[in-house]
Design a protein around this ligand. Sequence first.
Ligand code: SAH
Ligand code: SF4
Ligand code: F3S
Length: 458
Amino acid sequence: MGIIGVWYSAPLMTREIKTYFIRTYGCQMNELDTDIMAGQLQKRNLIPAADEDSADLLIFNTCSIRDLAERKVMGKLGRMGRGAKKNALIGVTGCMAMAKRDSLFRKFPHLDFVVGTNNITDLGSVLDEALYTNRQVLRTEEKFEENIDYLAAKRESNLKAHVSIIRGCDKFCTYCVVPYTRGQEVSRPPESIIEECKKLIDQGYKEITLLGQNVNSYGKDRPEWGCLFHDLLRKLDAIPQMGRIRFMTSHPIDITRELMEAIRDLPSLCEFVHFPIQAGSSRILKKMHRIYTKEQYLEKVALLREIVPNVSLGTDIIVGFPTETEEEFQETYDIMKALRFSVAFIYAYSPRKGTPAMRWKDDIPEEVKQDRLQRLMDLQTQIGNEERNSLLGKTFEVLVECYNKDGAMLKGRTRCWKKVIFQGDESLIGTFQKVNIHSFGHQTLIGSIETNNKLLQL
Ligand code: SAH
Ligand code: SF4
Ligand code: F3S
């Protein structure tokens, strides 16, 4: 205790921080963590800097999912060492802070702190310690304690909000670093989620995306709450004035009939499900520890499409997993062709240190991986264009978000997550409009607001 007294009373502080800049890599969970950290910093009266160069405090909120993601940050950190603003405080947070906690300070002696994914609420005390002691501070605990001040999050958008409902992942797919960088699953109490959602709706938010590595596991770690994912969805849908609810991401094994029925029954719940298959061959799925076979996956999709006929599906796929043969890749190709996902994120396998798949040789040559990747991307482009073509003449409810890049058209998304642009007045931003589709461009539907259109009331 005595030491803390000294830190605060003696004028040891050599650096003063007034402005901050957070550079975010990776997925939506990292983006939300950035918003939560920004909220904490603003509570300390720090103000956002316009760019990295002018910030007194620079945070890299990093991702470890593939080698490329890490290399980007490593390059950046190296360059920062040479050119950073004199006296700027520099820290690494996020998944790389966990995956590389043993080597970051050694590689980058100019780093001031490393804060892991389970310690983002400690940011304030870490800053104090770094400033007052001038020593490097490392805070990377394995287990997440439910103590985040979610309500302090500072979001960029005032229409769409991400809301965390569960952190961590217990699935341990053999290729994936996330269970090691985010720790085990910890659900957030339903009352806390409901409180945040109510507050967001009062502030005028129109769309809430519930976030977790596997949202369908929600509540399983806390059976005493009696609130599984579909129960939570029902509670959230019941909040007055709730606009749209989305969720991501889901593991196919936990997509239950109750969840499918919730999508069918709850007016606010959008008809879009991210349903990551990863591979089309049951042998590869087993090696990936995805705990479902190709047949079980296909049955689930069939059931979902039966219960929610207008559902759109998204997926993630990895090509070139160790030992994947051309025939096995072809199974993935055939499934994509048959199921016609609306959205597909396709990746080449990237070995990650500390994962079980590291024990297998990364035996698929890079050119083969790239060739498989390209074939799937070409197929997806074709499917996407055919799908967009089939939507011509149809009308969709669109949440109007902003002007598009060139400022000429308004932009928004349908319930099924399709991007739509159309002519319209600024006053429409933040409203739901019916838009009739007349043409399309790359990844984008083009339409016009229906005449005699009344603002849809929620
Ligand atoms: N929790 C999510 C996935 C998060 S990671 C889920 O299970 O759907 C996002 C995607 O990155 C994964 O779905 C997978 O397709 C891809 N991915 C993860 N580890 C990878 C690796 N080692 N190499 C290539 N792609 C990987
Ligand atoms: Fe990774 Fe699998 Fe967990 Fe998704 S479910 S985060 S792919 S271990
Ligand atoms: Fe990357 Fe971590 Fe998300 S590894 S994808 S930032 S959970």
